[in-house]
Design a protein around this ligand. Structure first.
Ligand code: ZN
Ligand code: FE
Length: 747
């Protein structure tokens, strides 16, 4: 019996063909396996029983880094033709393309790395078919060494022998190399290379210095995470006063010494993606200024051989730090640095050492960031390790490009049933970022072989991203579709959940351009993938002070006051600033009507004295949540959502203010706010559900990054018999906007 088997999914660059060749041996199968570019094609000849087991083994025993989306099996009626099983080369066929993300170093490679008898002993670029860089070194498809930045490093004889040996772990591993033929690490502007370079970095870090380290997707800035002064120096040099830094721990034990770690969190923390996972602090000895006033620490594990070498190199330093701050090395406001020039220019003057290497990074990949809500993932930044893995959507999509939002930008390409979100780009308000966005789009279009027939962007006329989209539409002569910001958030949730029916969409977010000239951000829709209708929202207020109000939360607080005279009792800011803000409101100058839920969080944070001015986006809300989580009291509240479906958040705000002035505890009030807001959402959804019979609620938007609000909302909606869709592996914040814009554009 002869079968033709096509396997679709991530089956390139993950050791898939050698795996097939191996299991063919197990089941006495003869035939061939070939990489067709978009799928792997197998001709398998054997007894029916053996073939059955063989096909089963393909999905059940697939290599850990592969991801099979579909297996097509057809019988071919022909005379017996094969006498052995071979891996064959073949023509690259058009079809869905899967590009593997970068993969953290595997256990086998990690143990060879520290085995003195191994030929790759202490080799900073050790990798195999199960691990190593992929997207970040890829020039073009199909994935072959000549089309990666490894093309500059011809394999030595012994590596070549492994590369061509189907029995080897490194058979067909494109970035294969060793101490003889691989790239080299070096200290920038110095003569130190290889192991001397690593030792120097260790010495500087152990001594409280700052190092820049070139990794997989860009440079990191590092220092001892338990050394307050070192962290402070890094903060001052990077001009980043309070935004939490991520910490790379030596190993799981080092993580558990500082943080609580659930089984689920551990699985993600130690997964091949190795994201940053936000973990609850537990008597942490990490310096207080690493994540000031936040209950959590962004923890990750070493994911490149160089990271492991920096922590564990066998030299005379015995007390090397077990935790290092590892923050993206980006010139302020622009994406992470990937080349020596930019690194030297942007942080050469404050770093004590820069360790780089001669393997080029072709595509940036910031670390991904993962939080957990009710013990399930809630991704905050989806980049290294995840991008450009596609998400699957049942309805076929025309080839499309969505530019995404202005902050936390990612873009998305789509074709057929797949949406491919890009790695993290960042804040596109800077023109240097715009250039990087454009070149990243070109590169991804080439890699995925997608020629968009439509391009989507936000409604906001002044976004740089809207301009980029217009330019691309013009150049490619394709239509430009503008998708309302908060509808796009809900669409993103529908896409991720592969849901194509009608939902009640709750978008709680910062601010976004609306269809009616006001600022939206606390919206309730009835919608599906084709249309949306706004049916409810939080109480309107006048947002005064323009863009400043997103950083200066005291401005939102004053805007929401019923009676401006109490402003002075709240000890918000200097009186003249308060008066200026009041004047703007009274004269209706620089004011815009708003239903932004993000600003509501800011205002509450400010009147409770938790955060009046933010140095990073979302700071006021994050700190409000952190304080709320320390409360054990349940204050009683009594707010009713009426038929107009306007959530009485103005009354809630006033009530919190009154109770605060009467001496109620800050933490209790912070919690009260979260509980009551969730209650209002649930009430509104219940009313809509009774009217419309819609039983599914989709929640999205940056505010649902808040695990307390989300957890409470989920509970209250489920209590009312409603099914809830939320985002887990695509961010609910603006980093997931592009995915929703794709659906908006493909209507
Ligand atoms: Zn490996
Ligand atoms: Fe948003």
């Amino acid at each position: 019996m002869l079968l033709n088997i096509k396997v679709f999914g991530i089956v390139q660059g993950v050791g898939f063909r050698p795996f097939i060749s191996r299991i063919a041996g197990d089941f006495f199968i003869l035939g061939t396996v070939a990489n067709k570019g978009s799928y792997v094609e197998i001709f398998a000849q054997g007894t029916p029983k053996n073939l059955e087991n063989f096909v089963k083994a393909i999905t059940e025993k697939a290599p850990p880094r592969s991801a099979i989306l579909k297996v097509d099996v057809t019988e071919i009626f022909t005379e017996k033709i094969f006498t052995d099983f071979k891996i064959v080369e073949s023509e690259h066929e058009a079809g869905d393309i899967f590009v593997s993300p970068d993969i953290a170093i595997c256990e086998n490679c990690a143990s060879e790395l520290f085995n003195p008898a191994d030929k790759r002993y202490l080799h900073p670029f050790i990798n195999c078919t199960a691990c190593g860089p992929r997207l970040s070194i890829l020039e073009n498809m199909p994935y072959d060494r000549e089309r990666t930045s490894m093309k500059n490093f011809p394999m030595c004889e012994s590596c070549a022998a492994e590369y061509f040996n189907p029995a080897s772990r490194r058979f067909d591993a494109q970035p294969i190399c060793c101490n003889n033929c691989g790239p080299k690490v070096y200290i920038l502007n110095s003569h130190e290379k290889n192991h001397d370079a690593i030792k120097k970095v260790r010495k500087i870090l152990a001594g409280g210095g700052i190092a820049a380290i070139k990794g997989i997707g860009g440079f990191h800035l590092a220092c001892d995470a338990k050394n307050f002064a070192a962290v402070q120096k890094l903060r001052e040099s990077k001009i980043r006063p309070t935004k939490p830094f991520a910490v790379m721990f030596k190993d799981i034990a080092a993580v558990q010494a500082e943080c609580f770690l659930t089984d689920n969190e551990k699985i993600f923390l130690d997964s091949p993606q190795k994201p940053i996972v936000l973990l609850q602090k537990n008597n942490s000895t990490i310096a207080k200024n690493v994540a000031p006033n936040i209950n959590k620490i962004g923890a990750m594990l070493p994911y490149t051989p160089l990271h492991l070498l920096i922590f564990n190199f066998p030299d005379e330093i015995k007390n090397f730090p077990t935790a290092l701050v590892m923050t993206s090395g980006n010139p302020s406001g622009v994406p992470i640095a990937i080349d020596d020039e930019t690194a030297a220019e942007s942080f050469g003057d404050f770093c004590d050492v820069i360790i780089s290497n001669d393997r080029k990074i072709l595509m940036r990949a910031d670390d991904s960031v993962m939080d957990f809500i009710d013990n399930e993932p809630s991704i905050i930044r989806r980049s290294r390790g995840y991008s450009p893995l596609p998400i699957f959507f049942d309805n076929s999509l025309i080839p499309a490009l969505a530019i995404g939002g202005e902050l936390k930008n990612t873009f998305c390409l789509a074709k057929n049933n797949l949406l491919y979100p890009s790695p993290y780009i960042g804040d596109v308000s800077d023109l240097r970022t715009v250039e990087i966005l454009k070149s990243s789009i070109r590169r991804m279009m080439d890699l995925l072989e997608i020629r968009p027939k439509v391009v989507a962007c936000d409604l906001h006329p002044r976004y740089q991203t809207s301009k980029v989209a217009a330019e691309i539409a013009q150049n490619l002569q394709i239509p430009l579709v503008k998708v309302q910001h908060h509808y796009a958030h809900i669409l993103s949730c529908l896409a991720e959940n592969n849901f194509n029916g009608e939902v009640i969409g709750v978008a709680f977010d910062g601010t976004g351009y609306s269809a009616d000239g006001t600022i939206w951000g606390g919206e309730i829709f009835i919608c599906d993938t084709k249309n949306y209708r706004r049916v409810g929202h939080i109480a309107k207020f006048r947002q005064a002070g323009g863009d400043k109000s997103s950083k200066e939360s005291w401005r939102s607080a004053i805007s929401m006051l019923k009676d401006f005279s109490v402003a002075k009792d709240l000890n918000l800011v200097e009186e003249r600033n308060i008066n200026a803000q009041i004047l703007m409101l009274e004269k209706n100058l620089n004011c815009v009507e708003s239903t932004s839920c993000g600003r509501l969080f800011d205002a509450v944070s400010a009147i409770l004295g938790i955060c009046k001015v933010s140095s990073y986006e979302g700071e006021a809300a994050m700190k409000l949540q952190s304080v709320a989580e320390t409360s054990t009291k349940n204050l009683h509240g009594d707010f009713t959502v009426g038929k107009d479906l306007i959530l009485p958040t103005d009354e809630l705000f006033n009530e919190i203010l009154l109770r605060r002035l009467n001496g109620a505890g800050v933490a209790d009030l912070a919690k009260f706010f979260h509980v009551q807001l969730a209650e209002m959402v649930a009430q509104a959804c219940e009313i809509i559900s009774l009217q419309t019979k819609i039983k599914t609620v989709a929640i999205s938007g940056g505010c649902f990054q808040n695990s307390l609000l989300t957890s409470l909302t989920l509970k209250k909606l489920k209590l009312r018999g409603l099914k809830v869709l939320r985002q887990k592996l695509i961010p609910p914040n603006d980093g997931g906007l592009c995915v929703g814009q794709i659906l908006g554009a493909c209507n």
